[in-house]
Design a protein. Structure first.
Length: 439
């Protein structure tokens, strides 16, 4: 079914968390594309769907959207894992590649929230519109009803794929490859595992409270849930204009205002971070040029520091106009996996990272979000995220390595990125990864 869902504006605001709690108790397959706790701008979408494949032929070169309506009016919500993209790009992938479970839902009932205007719409099939609007308007489940302050796994210690010394050695191997001219940059990653069962909904509520982000989200399909506090928008398309906002460069926040400001200022001017960022900007310009009108590629913002509760980030924006006939399949083939999670040149970087990392990335370093029936797209990078299966939780973390990288600083950055997702799980960093040892 490719028809748009029927929108109906609600007479009053309802909280996204309230609607989400109501729906997740009703259905296993549920999503929340989350603009963040206490958001004052952007959109959130909460809803249900039916397991589906993502159609590759949805066209992006469409008319501008109706700004009086939500930007998502029906389509597909879900994720694409890193290895799926690496295979299409021609890179080798791990023999331990993780499963072929469904990863997309075709949205059937949705609530759209405009945080700036404080307006909300229900979206459904026309014959369900009245009943669906009534159910949402009277939703009364509160997030606090089933959200323990303490995690089920409180006191657990995460297991690491690499210890800091091993990761530092891999950084030096990356630098040797760069010196040899095999790559300019390599986004090296590792993984932390927390065994056991976890309450995915309660974990997500802790994650979003501690690290709200404009592209957070909860997507549960069958027995697997993706929980994300992602600050990185991978791809956005509306009215035929495609944008990407790669992040390269991270600094921790400080409780001391002067120290915090100094960290942000240092990030903004750091030669290594700026070089790393601009390499990925150039890679994204090249990727988008494969599906955009010649001459339409623009760098709309370069080296902008954006601050979040846990980190400062160095962000740039690249855009282009979709060529006639461009589809979501063509766009993903041209751009995925994202350059900010591979390095440059992309195929060379992915090939070498496969040799170095020692295992699959899985959902981490992939992308998630929505693809609309009308060609609207909003996909975020799967970073600062948790994947929960029935018997474990997975947290990936990494960073871009250039010739100017200092191993100790890169190791500390990985610890900074992994700390908040692990804390939401009630798990501690492995002893060798704890900040008091690294710093």
């Amino acid at each position: 079914m490719r028809e748009r869902l029927s929108p109906r504006e609600l007479p009053r605001w309802v909280e996204p968390a309230t609607v989400f709690r109501m729906l997740e108790q009703e259905s296993v397959d549920v999503f929340w594309l989350d603009a963040g706790a206490a958001a004052t701008e952007g959109w959130s979408f909460v809803g249900l769907g039916e397991v589906s494949m993502l159609p590759e032929d949805v066209r992006l070169d469409v008319a501008p959207p109706d700004v009086a309506l939500p930007p998502f009016l029906g389509g597909w919500v879900g994720w694409r894992d890193y290895e799926s993209g690496a295979l299409v790009a021609g890179a080798p992938v791990s023999d331990e590649r993780e499963g072929s479970d469904p990863t997309w839902l075709r949205a059937t009932r949705v609530v759209a929230f405009d945080h700036f205007a404080r307006r909300a719409w229900t979206l459904s099939a026309p014959e369900e519109a009245e009943a669906w609007a009534d159910a949402v308007a009277t939703a009364s489940v509160r997030p606090s009803d089933a959200s323990p302050d303490r995690a089920d796994g409180e006191g657990r210690i995460a297991e690491a794929r690499h210890d800091p010394a091993e990761y530092a050695a891999l950084i030096e191997r990356c630098r040797e490859l760069i010196r040899a001219g095999i790559a300019y940059q390599l986004c090296l990653t590792t993984r932390f595992t927390v065994p056991g069962a976890h309450d995915a909904v309660a974990v997500y509520e802790r994650l979003r409270a501690a690290t709200p982000a404009h592209h957070g989200g909860f997507v549960r399909i069958g027995g697997r849930a993706l929980l994300s506090a992602s600050p990185e928008q991978f791809l956005h398309a509306a009215g035929g204009v495609i944008r990407s906002r790669p992040i390269k460069g991270t600094r921790p926040r400080s409780a001391d205002p002067q120290t915090d400001a100094a960290l942000a200022a240092e990030l903004a001017t750091n030669v290594k971070e700026r070089a790393e960022n601009v390499m990925i900007v150039d890679l994204m310009r090249n990727d988008l040029s494969r599906v955009c009108v010649p001459g339409s590629i623009r760098v709309d913002g370069l080296w902008i520091v954006e601050s979040y509760p846990a980190v400062h980030q160095l962000v740039s924006t690249v855009s282009g106009t979709a060529a006639e006939g461009t589809t979501i399949g063509a766009l993903l083939e041209a751009t995925f996996p994202a350059g900010s999670m591979t390095g440059a040149p992309k195929l060379s970087a992915m090939t070498r990272l496969h040799e170095l990392e020692g295992g699959p990335r899985g959902v981490y370093a992939g992308c998630f979000g929505y693809v609309g029936v009308d060609g609207a797209v909003d996909l975020a990078m799967i970073i600062r995220s948790i994947v929960i299966d029935q018997d474990r939780a997975l947290v990936g973390a990494g960073g871009g390595i250039t010739w100017g990288s200092v191993a100790a600083a890169e190791v500390a950055e990985v610890a900074t990125k992994a700390r908040a997702p692990l804390a939401a799980l009630g798990a501690e960093m492995p002893a060798l990864w704890r900040s008091d040892i690294l710093n």
